[in-house]
Design a protein. Structure first.
Length: 134
């Protein structure tokens, strides 16, 4: 609720309290990562995502967040590895064109991969990724 009221500091404090009691609460971790993402705190995004990826049943979204963090921290190789891994996992679950629960994350990851291609001089691949989303 606090996040929607634009109280990121309050939301962060509340989520940290939740995580003290339930450190494996993925929803709380994902919300905290989202706060850090909105604030451009990419080192924190990377650390939290990476920590939770060590759990055997960690949500695939942690891979996407780690990719975003790596991209924004300038590690394009790591970002590309993670975004490819995430997209492969999404495709294993079903077709994003027909599964609404997969489509937003698929689109987000595909846009990130296009940016990676662009910044690594692979303009043709970047264009193909963007065309694929149309």
């Amino acid at each position: 609720v606090q996040l929607y009221l634009k109280d990121a500091a309050g939301a962060e404090a509340s989520l940290k309290e939740v995580l003290k009691m339930s450190p494996d609460d993925e929803l709380a971790v994902l919300r905290l990562i989202r706060i850090y993402e909105m604030q451009g705190r990419w080192k924190e995004v990377y650390a939290l995502a990476n920590e939770h990826l060590k759990l055997s049943k960690a949500d695939d979204l942690f891979i996407l967040y780690r990719a975003k963090a790596s991209f924004n921290l300038g590690d394009l190789k790591k970002a590309e590895l993670d975004v490819n891994s995430f997209l492969n996992r999404i495709m294993e679950k079903g077709d994003p064109a027909f599964d609404v629960s997969l489509s937003f994350d698929y689109e987000d990851a595909t846009k990130l991969r296009a940016k990676i291609y662009e910044q690594t001089g692979r303009q043709g691949l970047a264009k193909a990724e963007r065309e694929h989303l149309k």
